[in-house]
Each structure stands twice: as structure tokens, then as C-alpha cells.
Design a protein around this ligand. Sequence first.
Ligand SMILES: Cc1ncc(COP(=O)(O)O)c(C=O)c1O
Length: 411
Amino acid sequence: MSESEGAVASELSQLTGAHGFGAPNARDAVRALRPSQIREVANAGFGVADVLPFWFGESDRVTPQFIRDAASRALADGETFYTHNLGIAPLRESLARYVSALHGATAPSQIAVTSAGVNALMLAAQLVAGAGDRVVAVTPLWPNLVEIPKILGASVETVSLTYDPRGWTLDLDRLLAALTPDTRMLMINSPNNPTGWTMTRDEQRTVLAHCRRHGIWIVADEVYERLYYGDDARVAPSFLDLAARDERVIAVNSFSKAWLMTGWRLGWLVAPTQLMDDLGKLVEYNTSCAPSFVQKAGVVAVEEGERFTQSLVADLRASRDHLVAALQTIDGVDVRAPDGAMYLFFSLPGAESSLDLCKSLVRDAGLGLAPGSAFGPQGEGFVRWCYACDPARLDAGVERLRGFLARRGNA
Ligand SMILES: Cc1ncc(COP(=O)(O)O)c(C=O)c1O
């Protein structure tokens, strides 16, 4: 090759990539996914020595000892091999008893163990939604539920909750109007991250009847079902209470919230038995199975963890009430106690541009909150505060917020 031919070849390869197929980019659908704005705020805090982080959705407490011990025992016993795609039999049996006690008869054959809730959401979406399908999601919402169907080439229409003096509510007529007969799947999360909004049984009944009429799948993300403070019930209303197990309803759940097992990556699905062979194939091609010693610890969490979960929920309720009362002493903060999950989603001066506000809060006040816009455009104007931590830390955070707003002349 002459020198000038070489120069042309090198210029061409810069334009088209080394092999002439263009730059080595991911698929368009993947490139179009929204990056996490919570990460963006966390990145803005790099270099700030003393940050109080309330931005992520996890407790500051470690997994209970009895569950960690179970994992250690399983490792010591050599539980290091692949398992059945749908999970080990003892865990599916324990989960079937647990789900039956909370929501009515459920068989092990209707349970699949997954690598946490987010993997369960992906599997559920992969089972029923594909390229060109129409999906509806209720927002503001943890972004994964909106982005996952897009990875599969589906289009997602959002229906926004309404914010008024009662807090966040669902305009049922708007949701039903969006659930057109050509809709493939509804993605709905209750209790909801970030708002704490919890769907009522009557709302669920109406939505289920509508989806039955049109053959629409419901993927119900119920990972916060145990973090419920609405009445004396030990679990939030669930689609599983109303639907038969052979209907187009898939319930997604997780060990992350009720047993503080975020880092373990263990969850489950409740789905019609007819789906399970196909689901097994999807698990095989995604992860093959959840880790075996983690599944063993999961059995102990389900079988022996009820007292722990109930005391965790009591602590969370107290933290929620504590934080609401403290924030209500700050001028300009509009906050209410929601019925579920572990977040306050509230407005305050400057939150019209919540990403900028949260970056300033972390840089100037060492306070780590999640911007409302991270949960879709409908979340703009709000910030999310995870209250799953020690009340003294919440107080320290509130004082940082008060000082920040005072310096800005807002309070
Ligand atoms: C609404 C919602 N669904 C699912 C998950 C998934 O949790 P995990 O993957 O830890 O089970 C989360 C985590 O925060 C969540 O907020």
C-alpha cells in the first residue's frame, strides 16, 4: 500500500470502524436508555469528604446474622454448584407456603427463583413483551420498569400519578384509557418507588377486570409489599389476592427489602405454571440459576425471618414518622407520610430543577438525595429521601437541609 493509500485507509477506518461497519456502538435501543441520574448526583459528590447518603434504596443495616450464618453453613457444606433453573426445591416450597399465607393458595410449580427483583422484572418482560409491543407503566417510577421493555424493543407509554393534598393518587380513568386493547403489558409497582403510593384493593380489582377483558398482561412489582403501613395488615394489597394463578398476572418479588438482602441478588416470580418451561429457558440463557448457597440462605430467611420482618417494618414506620415530622418544621417543604415502601418523595424550594438541586445539596451541604427527575419527567419538582436508617442520621440530614435552604435564603 502506498503512503497515500495508507492515509486514505486510516481515515476511512476512523469514519467507519476498523472493519468498515461503522463505529463499534451498542444497538440503538440500548444507546437510547436513560443513564441513572442518581449516579450522576453521586458522581457530583466525589471528593466531598462527609456525605450523608439517603439516595439509594437500601437500609444502612447489614443482613440479619441468622441469614448470614445460613449462607456460611451452606458454603462450608460445599453448596457451590449450579441448581435447577427455577430454583432449588426447598426454596420454591418455602416460598409457596409464604405466598400462600399472604395471598392464597400458591403451588411451588407457580414459583420461580430469580437473581433478585430486577432480574425477575427482566424475565417477566422477556416472557411476554417483544419488539413493537405496547407497554404501559404508571409513573413516577423506579426507572428499571420503564427502561427494561425498551431493551426488548417495546414502546412504553406512561400514565402519571396525581399529586394533591391527599398525596399521590391514581386517576383510574386515565390508566384504563391508556390500557387500549392493543396493549401487551402493564408494568405497575405498588407500594411504589419513589412515591410510596400504594394501590387500593378496589383499584386493583378494576384494573384486573379491564386487563382480563383485553388480554393484557399485568407485571406487578411487589418488592415493597411487606413495607406497608396503611392499616394493620402485614402486607399491602396484591394482585395475587384477586387473580387466579393461571391468569395473565406475573408478580415480581425480592429478598432485598423484607430481609435486608440487597447485595445477595435473590428474588422470585409468581406466574402461571404454563409459563414455567419457557421461563426456565430464559433463566438458562440469562443467569442459569441464582447462586446455590444464596438460595439456601433464602430458605432460612423465609422460614425463620417473619419476626425480623415485622420488627423491621415497625422501625421503618417510626423512621418515616420521625422524618416527616422533622421535615415539616422546615419552611417551604411539602411532605406527607405515604402508606408504603421506604421513601419520602417531597417538594421543596429549588426542586423545579431537581437534578441541579441534588447536585448542589451534595456538593454544598453533604446531603445525598435522589432527584425526582430520575423517576421520569413526572417526578420533576420532587426529591426522594430513603429513610431506612437510624433516626439520629435522619436528624443530621434534616439539619443539613435546613442550613442549606437558609443559606440560599429559602428558610
Ligand atoms: C420498585 C423496585 N422494584 C424492584 C427492585 C429490585 O430490587 P432487587 O433487584 O434488589 O431485588 C427495586 C430496588 O430498589 C425497586 O425499587
